[in-house]
Design a protein around this ligand. Structure first.
Ligand code: ADP
Ligand code: ZN
Length: 432
C-alpha cells in the first residue's frame, strides 16, 4: 500500500511543475512576511516575480543555521505566534538553540510525511510502535509519535533511555516496530542478548532508524541481531524533523518528500548547483511550510541525489546516505556538538592551554567521548588532589554545557601533537 500515491508516484514533469508553483507562492509569502528574506532578496536584486519555475530557485538566497541564531528566537517565523501550535528546538545544546515553529497545517504535513515513511517500511495500522527517540524539544519523539497515530498504528511513547524498562515493555507490549537511533538499536540488541529473554519472544519486525549517520554494515548487523528489517529515516528540525526522506523496500537511497521539500545539491565551496549523481552539500527549500519557511537551507550534510526510477514504484528523488558533513559537527549519542564548544569551556579555565584532542569512540554500541587537554606549565603539579579537583571542575562544566558525560584526561604540557596546518582536534574511531 502506498500512502499518497498521487504525490509519491507522479511523473517528474508534474512534480517539477507542482514544485515551481509552490515555490512561487512561498517566495511571495516570505517576501511579504519575513523582513530577513525581503532584505536578502533586495540586496540580490531579486523580486518574487523573478521566480516563475523551480529552475529559478538558483536566484534565491541561501539560509544557514547562523541566520536562525541571529534571528533568535522567532525572527524567521512568517506567521503571527497565534498561528503557531508547537515549538521544537535543535538538540545542539549550547549557546543559542535554533527554534522552529509549526502551524496546524505544518503539523499535519509532518504527520502525513511520517505516515508515508512508515508505509514505505511496510507498516500499517496493525503495527505497534515503540518510539524510543527522546520526547521533548528534540523532534524525534513527538515527530514519530504523531505520524504513528496518523497511520492508525498503536504508539508506545517510550522515549529514550532506561534500557531495562525498554526491553521489558518490548517483551510485554509486543511492539512490531521500534524507532530510535541506529547505535541505540545495536545497544538494545546486545542488552536483549544479555537479558533473561530470547529474541523469539519478541514480535519486532521493523526498525526505523535515523538522527545520525549509519552504514550498510551497521544495517546488516542490526538486522541480524534483532531479526528485523531496518530502514533509514532522515530529517532535520529546521526543515521539519524526521521524515524529510525515507527508504523503501529497495533500501537503496531515501525518497525525499518532494512535494513539500525541494532538494538541491550544491558545491560546498562555490555554492553552484550540481547535477544528479554528484556529491555535495544538501540544500532544502520548504515549499509548503507556513510557520518558518526556509529558502535554500544549507544542511551541511554531504550526499548525492538520484532521479533514476526505483523498483518500489515511487518517483520521488532519492538521496544517498550522508557521507559526512561540510562543517565539523559531531553527532554524539544523538546530540549535535561542535569541537569549538569544547574549546570555549577549556578556555574559560585559566589552568588549560588551548591544546586539546577529542577522541570519540563507540563502546558496546554507545558513543564515548574522551577529551585530552594540556595544562599550562605554571599550573601543572604532581599534587594528585589538585589535578583531580581541576578535572572534576572541567568535567562538570562540559556536562552542563553539552549535556554529555566526557571522560577528561589532563595531560602534561607539550604532549598533544602540534600541527603545522589545520589543527587536528577530533579523532573519530566509530565505525559506521
Ligand atoms: P536534532 O538532533 O535536534 O534532530 P537536527 O535536527 O539539527 O538536530 O539534526 C539533524 C541532523 O542529524 C541532520 O542534518 C543530519 O546531520 C543528522 N541526521 C538526521 N537523520 C540522519 C540520517 N538518517 N542519517 C544521517 N544523518 C542524519
Ligand atoms: Zn523506492
Amino acid at each position: 500500500m502506498i500512502w499518497n500515491k498521487t504525490k509519491e508516484c507522479m511523473s517528474r514533469e508534474q512534480m517539477r511543475a507542482l514544485q515551481g508553483e509552490r515555490l512561487r507562492k512561498t517566495v511571495h509569502k516570505v517576501y511579504h512576511n519575513t523582513p530577513f528574506y525581503r532584505e536578502r532578496m533586495q540586496q540580490m536584486g531579486v523580486t518574487p516575480d523573478d521566480i516563475k519555475s523551480i529552475d529559478d530557485i538558483v536566484k534565491l538566497p541561501f539560509t544557514t543555521k547562523q541566520d536562525l541564531r541571529d534571528n533568535y528566537p522567532y525572527g524567521l517565523f512568517a506567521v503571527p505566534m497565534s498561528e503557531i501550535i508547537r515549538l521544537h528546538a535543535s538538540s545542539g545544546t549550547t549557546g543559542i538553540p535554533t527554534v522552529v515553529g509549526y502551524t496546524r497545517k505544518d503539523i499535519s504535513v509532518w504527520q502525513e510525511a511520517i505516515a508515508r515513511c512508515l508505509t514505505a517500511f511496510g507498516a500499517d495500522k496493525h503495527d505497534i510502535f515503540s518510539v524510543a527517540y527522546g520526547y521533548g524539544l528534540f523532534t524525534g519523539g513527538l515527530g514519530l509519535h504523531y505520524g504513528v497515530e496518523n497511520l492508525g498504528g498503536t504508539v508506545i511513547p517510550m522515549s529514550s533511555g532506561n534500557t531495562a524498562k525498554q526491553i521489558q515493555l518490548m517483551h510485554d507490549f509486543a511492539p512490531t516496530a521500534i524507532a530510535c537511533t541506529p547505535s541505540y538499536a545495536l545497544y538494545l540488541a546486545e542488552a536483549i542478548a544479555a537479558s533473561e529473554y530470547n529474541l523469539d519472544e519478541f514480535k519486532l519486525r521493523i526498525g526505523i532508524f535515523g538522527a545520525e549517520p549509519w552504514s550498510e554494515s551497521m544495517r546488516r548487523e542490526i538486522e541480524a541481531k534483532l531479526g528485523i528489517n531496518a530502514y533509514n529515516i532522515y530529517g532535520l528540525s529546521e526543515i521539519m524533523g524526521p521524515g524529510v526522506s525515507y527508504e523503501c523496500s529497495a533500501k537503496n537511497g531515501s525518497h525525499i518528500v518532494e512535494d513539500h521539500f525541494f532538494a538541491e545539491i550544491v558545491d560546498p565551496v562555490t555554492f553552484e548547483q550540481l547535477p544528479c549523481g554528484e556529491e555535495g552539500e544538501l540544500v532544502f527549500t520548504t515549499i509548503t511550510k507556513e510557520g518558518i519557511p526556509l529558502l535554500r537551507y544549507r544542511t551541511k550534510d554531504l550526499c548525492s541525489l538520484t532521479d533514476e526510477p526505483c523498483s518500489c514504484g515511487r518517483t520521488n528523488v532519492r538521496m544517498s546516505r550522508i557521507m559526512g558533513r561540510s562543517d565539523d559537527m559531531l553527532i554524539i549519542r544523538g546530540v549535535n556538538v561542535f569541537p569549538s564548544q569544547f574549546e570555549c569551556v577549556i578556555l574559560e579555565m585559566e589552568e588549560f592551554e588551548p591544546h586539546y584532542l577529542i577522541v570519540v569512540d563507540r563502546v558496546n554500541n554507545l558513543d564515548t567521548v574522551q577529551l585530552q587537554v594540556e595544562m599550562r606549565p605554571e599550573y601543572y603539579t604532581d599534587q594528585i588532589n589538585r589535578i583531580v579537583e581541576i578535572r572534576r571542575k572541567l568535567t562538570h562544566k562540559l556536562q552542563s554545557l553539552l549535556g554529555l558525560g566526557v571522560d577528561v584526561r589532563i595531560v602534561e604540557p607539550q604532549t598533544i601533537p602540534r600541527s603545522e596546518g589545520k589543527a587536528k582536534r577530533v579523532v573519530d574511531n566509530r565505525k559506521y
